[in-house]
Design a protein around this ligand. Structure first.
Ligand code: KE4
Length: 427
């Protein structure tokens, strides 16, 4: 007899914590059992029963080319025949580092990792080693992976699951992390006035995606760059989501702000496990083996991941002039959905930045974690399930970002708008 989704989940829950290998996949905040996926292609994803959905999660951002892009799949399959991992340098890693530096000039020297968490964890340790200082600062609702020092007032699954701050992090360590309200220039000024000489780094998502999408307000990132430079604080842009999402490069390319270090992940791996940290040569050279700040990884720069990443970035490089069409598709989707909600008289605030968006179930505006938290998560959950029933797969949390890919067609957008109209009828 064919196994149902519930069968898959029950079986998984016996062997894996909560049946999932990452908490946001458990659908805790929207209720119900997570749907198990069999395969995906382009903008579509298929569950174990074969049902098709238009995918706006895209593996939480990486699949900007769409799922199973033929050139990426072929490259990985061919590479796999030559061996999966050697634990020795390969030329593909050099090609990857050079391509990323070409796209993001502030990343003069790089280190590849196997996840975004490792990239940000390395950046923090590097900043502490380079400056000799212990304190760091981040922003409420930003999520930089699950390294101890960064799980303070974090976004993504931490805010989704309402975890006050993860147990297991020593108070002595948590005390070294300041968390400030995002977009609050006064709070930033006060913090650097008071702690400027003790802060090793300030890390920021230049466009926040982990409290839902929250763009930087005018002057926020400029002030951050000014105050970190003035106080000798290492400015880290966490571009794990935004890297190669808006252009062949980082968000930093679009706004002309050069951080000292940048963290990447997601898209640069083309769906394979990858992260990267890179920046000013004088800082990066502090990393072992040229320096004494230690960091390592068995599968860092893994040949298959490099192959998937290189194939993906080289395709993105040919699409520089297609990003405006991708943004237009996203804008149209958000505008039409906003119109449907207005007609229905349901409050929704949609933050849309290029090809990432979040529908906050509230009047808005949403410009930081406190305002994001005013959203009606019960209504969000009902909308989520209604859209799922109508063949649209959204992020299973009010505090996450939705994404479009180059594979999403006009027809997909039309179908999504139609699904939204049907869903609102029953909301
Ligand atoms: P990973 O360790 O999950 O590869 O990257 C951590 C990370 C770092 N920085 C930013 C801005 C991120 O968004 C992330 C990871 N994002 C979450 C979802 N918003 C990944 C999904 C998950 O946790 O399962």
């Amino acid at each position: 007899m064919k196994k149902s989704n519930s069968d898959y989940f029950a079986e998984a829950s016996q062997a894996i914590v909560g049946g999932v290998n990452s908490p946001v996949r458990a659908w805790k905040s929207v209720g119900g059992n997570p749907v198990f996926v069999r395969r995906a292609k382009g903008s579509k994803i298929y569950d174990v029963s074969g049902k098709e959905y238009i995918d706006y999660v895209l593996s939480w951002g990486p699949m900007i080319l769409g799922h199973a892009h033929s050139k990426v799949t072929t490259a990985v399959c061919n590479k796999a025949k030559e061996g999966a991992s050697f634990g020795a340098p390969t030329h593909a890693e050099t090609q990857m580092a050079k391509l990323i530096s070409e796209a993001i000039p502030s990343m003069e020297l790089l280190r590849m990792t196997s996840s975004g968490t490792e990239a940000t964890m390395t950046a923090i340790r590097l900043a502490r080693g380079f400056t000799g200082r212990d304190m760091i600062a981040k922003f409420d609702g930003c999520y930089h992976g699950h390294a101890d020092s960064l799980l303070i007032k974090a976004g993504s699954g931490v805010v989704t699951l309402g975890i006050p701050g993860s147990p297991g992090i020593p108070a002595e360590l948590a005390r070294l992390t300041l968390s400030l309200p995002y977009n609050d220039i006064d709070a930033l000024q006060k913090a650097t006035d008071r702690y400027g000489s003790r802060l090793a780094a300030i890390i920021v998502e230049p466009v926040a995606g982990n409290m839902g999408v929250v763009p930087p307000q005018k002057g926020f990132l400029e002030k951050l760059r000014e105050l970190t430079a003035k106080n000798g604080i290492v400015l880290i842009f966490d571009e794990v989501i935004t890297g190669f999402r808006f252009t062949f490069g980082g968000y930093q390319n679009l706004i002309g702000i050069k951080p000292d270090l940048t963290c990447l992940g997601k898209i640069i791996g083309g769906g394979m496990p990858v992260g990267a940290v890179g920046g000013k040569r004088e800082i990066m050279e502090k990393l072992a083996p040229t320096g004494d700040v230690y960091q390592a990884g068995t599968l860092s720069g893994n040949p298959l991941a490099m192959c998937a990443g290189l194939a993906t970035l080289n395709i993105i490089k040919t699409k520089i002039n297609s990003f405006s069409a991708l943004d237009d598709k996203t804008n149209r989707l958000c505008t039409e959905i906003k119109g449907l909600f207005s007609t229905k008289g349901i409050a929704v605030c949609i933050n849309c930045v290029h090809s990432m968006f979040t529908m906050f179930f509230q009047q808005g505006p949403v410009y930081d974690l406190n305002t994001a938290r005013k959203s009606d998560t019960v209504m969000f959950a009902r909308f989520f399930h209604g859209m799922l029933k109508n063949g649209i797969w959204l992020a299973p949390s009010q505090f996450e970002a939705g994404f479009l890919s180059f594979a999403h067609t006009k027809k997909d957008i039309d179908k999504t708008i139609d699904a939204c109209s049907k869903t609102l009828k029953n909301l």
